[in-house]
Design a binder for this molecule. Structure first.
Ligand code: ADP
Ligand code: MG
Length: 396
């Protein structure tokens, strides 16, 4: 790896600026889901163990460069103290006199949280002066916010160029999992791409066909590929103007030796609602007044076979309209298969994406996956083969 971890850093007695993502849901001043806070605990604990003084940089909401009291990070202090088990001090600004004073007062074994970085207009512009003012507070920079790494902001990118930098434990885990899935994976590698639309995942499909051995296309996206092959999909969600693009992707896959798997059978219904009357038909036999809402049993069997023959799986996008039963059937079955193979040590499985994580949780399969990325946009951009500025800055 081209970036340093906490293990390679001398932190004893040093002020360590740590960029974290603690953009948690808050209702009436109380944190309702502390998952993101819990995830940064290993990093903070390790910094403390090495004698460093953690000073947290974070954003909260979208204040757009203005001080918005409702978007203060201060209400997160009790939740941070509960998760970390140490006192957490707070400074009313992430730079300048208030921050400097709080850093000077910081005792060993304590943590300092700085106010919302996005209260400054410079943050989202990656303003160099703001980055310098942040860097002036500490001696080492640690980035533990993979989920914010697709944005070049002062606190995610700028500071990394000024101070000696390292990846935090969460960033390290995420990068290692992604590297194992697409960087230098055990082959064969299978990607599952599902979800609603081809148009939102063009870069993703284009990158994957060049890198993976099998590409399973599901969800509404598969309908567009069926259309591209001259198949009538009735009232299904499909992007007819994307047919040419879909054909180009198929061609690119052929040239790259990537095998594409489209559903051979599908579940169709006349209504988009839970429990709607439905039937299984061949993929080219969708009635004109019906819509495809899930992959069929033969398609699922084929997907499971592909999984069995694979060593690595990377998954983004559900195979059907998983929010409404029974159109979650294919997604649930494929997820269960991936979970089973992973448990048996036969498969490395990595998944990410807002709806994908929800679908895998609903299927009860998420815990068995090798890695579930909760990074959303950053995970997708990484899967698209794009360089993430926050990560690139660590590799200087
Ligand atoms: P992610 O958030 O994981 O990247 P997407 O947002 O791309 O995933 O796709 C998820 C959405 O795709 C879900 O709302 C799901 O209902 C929808 N979807 C999947 N298959 C179909 C289909 N056949 N018809 C209509 N919608 C579908
Ligand atoms: Mg989505």
């Amino acid at each position: 790896m081209a970036w340093k971890t906490l293990d390679e850093m001398d932190l004893a007695g040093k002020v360590v600026l740590v960029r974290v993502d603690i953009n948690v849901p808050v209702e009436n001043g109380v944190v309702t889901d502390a998952t993101r806070i819990e995830k940064i605990v290993p990093t903070i604990r390790d910094i403390l163990k090495k004698g460093g003084k953690p000073v947290l940089l974070a954003h909260f909401g979208r204040p757009k460069g203005k001080v918005v009291p409702e978007m203060s990070l201060q209400p997160l202090v009790p939740a941070l103290e509960a998760a970390l088990g140490v006192p957490v001090a707070f400074a009313a600004d992430c730079i300048g006199a208030p921050a400097k004073k709080a850093v000077a007062a910081l005792a060993e074994g304590q943590v300092l949280l700085l106010e919302n970085t996005r209260f400054h207009t410079g943050e989202e512009k990656n303003d160099a002066e703001l980055a310098a003012a942040m860097a002036a507070l500490g001696e080492v920079y640690v980035n533990d916010a993979f989920s914010a790494a697709h944005r070049a902001h002062s606190s995610t990118e700028g500071v990394a160029h000024i101070l000696p930098s390292a990846a935090g434990r969460l960033m390290e885990a995420e990068l290692k999992a992604l590297e194992a899935a697409l960087g230098n994976p055990m082959r064969p590698v299978t990607a599952v791409v599902g979800g609603a639309k081809v148009s939102t995942k063009l870069d993703l499909l284009g990158n994957l066909v060049a890198k993976v051995d099998h590409l399973v296309i599901g969800g509404g996206m598969a309908n567009t590929f069926l259309v591209a092959q001259g198949i009538n999909v009735g009232k299904s969600l499909a992007e007819h103007d994307m047919a040419d693009t879909a054909r180009e992707i198929l061609e690119k896959a052929r040239n790259a030796g990537c095998m594409i798997h489209l559903p051979v059978d599908v579940v169709v219904a006349r209504e988009f609602k839970a429990g709607a009357e439905n039937e299984v038909v061949a993929a080219d036999a969708c009635p004109a007044d019906a819509m495809i809402l899930d992959a069929g049993p033969q398609a699922v069997a084929e997907i499971c076979k592909v999984f069995e023959a694979s060593k690595t799986l990377i998954w983004n996008g559900p195979l059907g309209a998983f929010e409404i039963a029974p159109f979650d059937t294919a997604t649930n079955a494929a997820a269960a298969k991936a979970a089973e193979l992973t448990r048996a040590g036969a498969l490395i499985s990595v998944a990410g994406g807002g709806d994908t994580v929800a679908a895998l949780n609903k299927a009860g399969a998420a815990a068995d996956f090798s890695y579930i990325s909760t990074a959303g946009g950053a995970f997708l951009e990484w899967m698209e083969g794009k360089e993430l500025p926050g990560v690139a800055a660590l590799t200087q």
